[in-house]
Ligand binder design. Structure first.
Ligand SMILES: Cc1ncc(COP(=O)(O)O)c(C=O)c1O
Length: 424
């Protein structure tokens, strides 16, 4: 596997570039992405399915930076979008409309209209009400909207509660029991062209049996529909492929592809996948500086210049990202246990307790691993700290792909109403 982040003479590099030089040039906190790591993940996925690769619609919610989308689009990736804004990003990054799928439980009228006019591959429809709305909008435009129905297979994937999406009490999809009737209805609704079936059972899943249970239910439904004379053309299996955040074994890609192939053989459907995390998580780090080392009577805190405003996953899901010192310790150097926190005024601004690290002085650099997915996209202006900037590394080439949002820029859209302006 391609290793984007490696130590050379105890210095952490991204591809051919020392992270220290990036911190000097662009400041911290800084997201650093390896283009070749993304390419390697994409190719590994395609190769696992050779000679019949699926259409990989990159779930751009994982990392919507235009340069990231473009890197994958140039390899042939499509996009899975969940809003009009994401659709705009995908198109601006050069993803062909006919490779874009549009999911999400709350598509607005404006978003639906735009997506129809763009000519996307399909809407992944999440409810009976949405089906009617898309059909009505398409008819009003004199168009036909291509759709797949997203079914909820009622499978509890073994993952974090907050990122499981395929259980019957989750808000996503159409209950699989009531799906056949809705497929029949969809097949006859003017304004629609029924193309396929979609499901997505959650994120950060390693257990192939979870995928297989859900996919078996979807395939059984496809067969039932075909038997009733409702022919589908596409099966969209969603994303959810797991990535290691610490020392977990990598995702069993070959095993996954083998299971998918075995389950879908002979169906005659075009396969779509919607991985997000799998393509970009390990391709990114969040580079931060140490502000302070604080000792209290009971704990030792390492305070960084990035907190939950920059990387929210630990506060949101209790996720833990491994942390690399940018300068690796010598073999005989003493290590200390620290609680790693950000500067934000919340006790939940805690990356984790008991990280074992060399003694780091203010100004020292550290990098959170596996930060390329669901990192910058969830960053906020909370506490009015400058946002992280983003850099793309490609071999020895470096580009700033998003400038830091300083407080001035954060306040740009704000306005004090006239009646609050004091006239002296
Ligand atoms: C419909 C859909 N597809 C794909 C994804 C991507 O998931 P992952 O990043 O785990 O591959 C998500 C994530 O929430 C999703 O909701």
């Amino acid at each position: 596997m391609f290793e984007a982040f490696t130590y050379r003479d105890r210095e952490l590099f991204c591809e051919e570039v020392p992270l220290r030089t990036l911190a000097e040039r662009f400041g911290t906190p800084l997201y650093v992405y390896s283009a070749n790591a993304m390419r390697a993940r994409y190719r590994a996925l395609i190769d696992a399915f050779a000679p019949d690769p699926p259409l990989v619609c990159y779930a751009i919610k994982a990392n919507h930076n235009l340069a990231v989308i473009r890197t994958l689009a140039l390899l042939g990736a499509g996009a899975d979008v969940v809003s009009g804004g994401e659709l705009m990003r995908a198109r601006r990054a050069g993803v062909a409309a006919e490779k874009i799928v549009f999911a999400g439980v709350g598509k607005t009228e404006g978003e639906i209209r735009t997506a129809i006019l763009e000519g996307i591959l399909q809407f992944n429809v999440e409810s009976a009400g949405e089906l009617e709305r898309i059909a009505a909008i398409a008819r009003a435009l004199g168009r036909t909207a291509p759709i797949a129905l997203r079914v909820n297979p009622n499978v509890a994937a073994s993952t974090h509660d907050k990122i499981a999406t395929g259980r019957k009490d989750d808000k996503f999809g159409i209950p699989i029991e009531s799906a056949p009737a809705l497929f029949e209805h969809a097949a006859s609704l003017p304004g629609l062209s029924l193309e396929g079936l979609h499901l997505h059972i959650g994120s950060q899943i390693f257990d192939l049996d979870s995928f297989a249970r859900a996919y078996e239910r979807a395939v059984a439904l496809v067969r039932e529909l075909h038997a009733r004379g409702i022919r589908l053309r596409r099966l969209d299996l969603g994303g959810g492929l797991g990535v290691p955040y610490a020392d977990e074994a990598p995702f069993d890609l070959a095993g996954y592809a083998a299971r998918v192939r075995a389950l879908t053989r002979g169906l005659g459907l075009r396969l779509l996948l919607e991985p997000g995390r799998f393509l970009v998580a390990e391709a990114g780090v969040l580079l931060c500086s140490v502000i302070e080392l604080k000792q209290t009577p009971t704990r030792r805190f390492l305070i960084l210049d990035a907190g939950m405003n920059a990387l929210m996953r630990p506060a949101l899901y209790g996720a833990r990202h491994a942390l690399w010192p940018v300068r690796a310790p010598r073999a005989d150097e003493e290590l200390v246990s620290v609680d790693v926190v950000g500067p934000i005024c919340e006790s939940s601004d805690l990356f984790g307790r008991d990280y074992v690290l060399p003694r780091l002085a203010p100004g020292a650099l550290v990098a959170f691993r596996t930060a390329g997915a669901y990192g910058m996209v969830m960053a906020s202006d909370y506490n009015s700290r400058p946002s992280p900037a983003e850099v793309l590394v490609d071999g020895s080439a470096v580009a700033l792909v998003r400038a830091r949002r300083e407080p001035d820029a954060q306040m740009a859209g704000e306005h004090i109403p006239d009646w609050l302006v004091r006239h002296e």
